[in-house]
Design a protein around this ligand. Structure first.
Ligand SMILES: Cc1cc2nc3c(=O)[nH]c(=O)nc-3n(C[C@H](O)[C@H](O)[C@H](O)COP(=O)(O)O)c2cc1C
Length: 184
């Protein structure tokens, strides 16, 4: 391909972010604990890796305070928020800092010791098994040691710079036989 054409087609960060903001994603609070301190931050970059062994990944900015806590302690917990919890998301994305973020709600812990939000939709308690540094972020892969189902509800979503909640297209009908990714 022509060299000038190649460089003019190169995607910049603004274009990339404009594209990414259209992807609706569940909002989570990633927590960790290190040297007796609790850490936590809001994150949508959470993805399943494998069910065998149960593994998920989170992508965390190297500048985030929780980043070093995970890197040093080797543990983290993914707490998936309910649609009512947008205030908690704001608290953990900069409105509060440090220990002040945990004042709003009740927290417990499971085997890894990472803070677990009592009434999250679900919490995945993870031990770090792999990390990959890439640009501004690190991908932390965690083996899930415990899953805690908290309070029933719908997930909090983030799309187009706004918090949102789901509205089913159908009236709760399941996907066709064999096509539900998480089906049994
Ligand atoms: C909805 C939402 C999703 C976010 N997702 C991520 C994410 O996936 N990864 C990340 O590194 N930061 C993400 N952030 C930004 C962090 O929550 C924010 O920078 C936080 O303040 C970092 O923690 P710190 O203040 O302790 O450094 C997100 C923020 C919001 C509001």
């Amino acid at each position: 391909m022509d060299k000038d054409l190649q460089s003019s087609q190169r995607v910049d960060a603004v274009q990339y972010k404009l594209g990414m903001r259209t992807l609706a994603a569940a909002v989570n609070i990633i927590t960790s604990t290190h040297s007796g301190h609790r850490y936590g931050m809001t994150a949508t970059a959470v993805c399943s890796v494998a069910a065998d062994p149960p593994t998920l990944l989170v992508c965390i900015n190297k500048a985030a305070t929780t980043h070093n806590a995970i890197a040093k302690s080797g543990v983290f917990c993914v707490n998936t928020l309910r649609a009512e919890d947008s205030e908690l998301s704001t608290t953990f994305s900069g409105a509060q800092s440090g220990e002040g973020r945990f004042k709003l709600r009740d927290w417990t812990h499971l085997t890894t010791g990472s803070p677990v939000l009592i009434d999250a939709l679900v919490s995945f308690d993870c031990r770090l098994v792999k990390k990959i540094a890439h640009g501004s972020h690190t991908i932390f892969m965690g083996q899930v040691e415990q899953v805690l189902f908290g309070k029933k509800g719908k997930p909090l979503l983030y799309v187009d710079g706004q918090y949102a909640k789901i509205a089913a297209l159908s009236h709760g009908e399941p996907l066709p036989e064999g096509l539900d990714y998480w089906g049994y």
